[in-house]
Design a protein around this ligand. Structure first.
Ligand code: SF4
Length: 489
């Protein structure tokens, strides 16, 4: 069967200790139960550890997950903000999702692309279409970073993925000054074998993202039929181990919140991050926590049993920021504009904008959402420019920097820089240079005026905080403002 052809059992067992995987449901439930009544002194001690940018233990995380006292919750939120500023400064990174295909052999109960959804209009992009989509993203909107998304299907395996990525990287579109192009392609795809991951590594993928969906074994089994590829929990759970072995040292994990208890899922994410740190000395680069949204042909998504309220969502972002301080947190356009703006201040570091998730939707003029062509429905359809201006008005700069990946600041190296708060040095400089590029190449006159104060604020901070590079930085800045492109530190 296809499942037997894809899944290589020895590429699961080689990473396991005996016959158990690293998610112990019983242990997680017990840890959560033990800390259901947190002591304020203990909470404050844990917050001090987060301030020191240390990964929390499961016990400490369980304590924070149970804080109900409004005052303590506010302290947690403020600490999360401090940690975020310390590690990531006041920067937000933006990207666009690009759905390449909705062909899928799996039958996940919550997904509009599942094989059992008769209403889905099936499509995979040809290379010409990939080019047109990329031209719209890089030439009209001004994105520099994509997350490309694929279902799981023999027609869209590693070779198709590699072809699409090469095609994206090849596109150059004339813009006001020079050329628009995508400088980094992250991927969200099915778990793969080590050989397939090597192929993707060789075409230069950025982050390799796979979401476990739910870490709870029984819930996982109930949502993913056992005869499908996705029915194998462990093939999915150990795919990041295989990625590291294949040389992809930049990985993103996530869960779909709403399938099971949100506290359990946060603990699962933490265990996953700690497992990768233990085995490879590198934690995940990013964590994603999409909430279940209504999806075409999926009644389950209309009435989720474990719906996560906005308030619990804010709490889970806060706890993740505190528990894995060095990890990027991604919030997507699934969420409302109001909630996104809020968590971008208190914890999240990356977000998408001008988002369209219909297959081929960026190069079309129809801006409406279509349930039969999308995996789910979006909550925030603001343009990149609208988002950037909203952030700038809060003193937040949008970074289009992709330099770190191109000059070796990835994997273990970036983890060290993040843990010691040094990543900000390079990133602050590159954020200003790439923001200048975007403002001059893509922004309206009005947006440029509204964003100028943030640029000036950042330049003043660079002069104050890193005076030793100020002169060199200003030289790069003036050259960028005069039309030079892709200068970075
Ligand atoms: Fe396929 Fe992914 Fe949807 Fe499952 S969630 S049906 S694997 S596209």
């Amino acid at each position: 069967t296809l499942k037997e052809k894809i899944i290589k059992p020895d590429e699961i067992t080689k990473y396991m200790d005996g016959d158990r995987d690293f998610i112990d449901d019983g242990a997680i439930e017990r840890t959560l139960a033990q800390h259901c009544d947190p002591d304020p002194t203990q909470v404050r001690d844990i917050l001090a550890k987060s301030r020191a940018v240390e990964t929390l233990t499961p016990d400490e995380t369980a304590v924070l997950l149970h804080v109900e006292d409004p005052e303590l919750l506010e302290e947690m939120r403020q600490t999360a903000r401090e940690v975020k500023l310390k590690v990531y400064d006041n920067r937000i990174v933006t990207f666009a999702p690009l759905y390449m295909s909705n062909l899928c052999v799996n039958n996940c109960a919550y997904c509009g692309f599942r094989t059992g959804n008769p209403d889905a209009v099936r499509r995979k992009l040809s290379m010409d279409e990939v080019r047109r989509e990329t031209e719209a993203l890089a030439g009209e909107i001004g994105h520099k970073r994509l997350i490309v998304v694929y279902g799981e299907h023999p027609e869209t395996g590693a070779e198709y993925i590699a072809d699409t990525i090469r095609t994206v990287y090849d596109v150059e579109v004339p813009v006001r000054h020079g050329k628009g192009c995508i400088r980094r392609v992250n991927i969200n795809a099915a778990p793969m074998s080590i050989d397939d991951l090597r192929m993707l590594h060789d075409v230069g993928i950025g982050t390799f993202q796979v979401f476990q969906e739910t870490y709870h074994h029984d819930t996982y089994a109930s949502l993913h039929p056992a005869d499908t590829i996705k029915g194998d929990y462990r093939w999915r759970l150990y795919c990041m181990h295989r990625a590291f072995e294949a040389g992809v040292d930049d990985v993103g994990i996530g869960t779909l919140f709403g399938l099971y208890d949100w506290r359990f899922e946060v603990m699962g994410l933490l265990q996953h991050a700690r497992e990768l740190e233990d085995k490879f000395n590198i934690g995940p680069h990013t964590i994603s926590f999409p909430r279940l949204e209504p999806a075409g042909g999926s009644p389950l998504t209309r009435h989720p049993r474990h719906r996560v309220s906005d308030e619990d969502f804010r709490r889970l972002v806060t706890v993740l920021r505190l528990a894995v301080p060095y990890t990027g947190l991604i919030i997507t356009a699934r969420e409302s504009a109001e909630l996104r703006d809020e968590v971008l201040v208190h914890g999240c570091t990356q977000t998408d904008a001008s988002t369209r998730i219909g297959i081929g939707a960026y190069s079309e003029t129809d801006e409406d959402q279509h349930e039969e062509r999308q995996q789910f429905m979006l909550g925030d359809t603001r343009s990149l420019e609208e988002l950037i201006v909203a952030l700038a008005e809060k003193g937040i700069i949008t970074s289009f920097c992709t330099a770190g990946y191109r000059c070796g600041r990835t994997g273990e190296c970036i983890m060290d820089l993040l843990r010691t708060g040094q990543e900000g040095r390079f990133c602050k400089l590159n954020a200003v240079l790439t923001f200048r590029e975007w403002l001059d190449d893509f922004a309206s006159e009005e947006a440029r005026t509204l964003c100028e104060p943030v640029v000036q604020q950042e330049i003043a901070e660079i002069r104050e905080r890193v005076p030793q590079v100020y002169e060199k930085f200003m030289e790069h800045y003036h050259r960028t403002a005069a039309g030079a492109r892709d200068l970075y530190f």
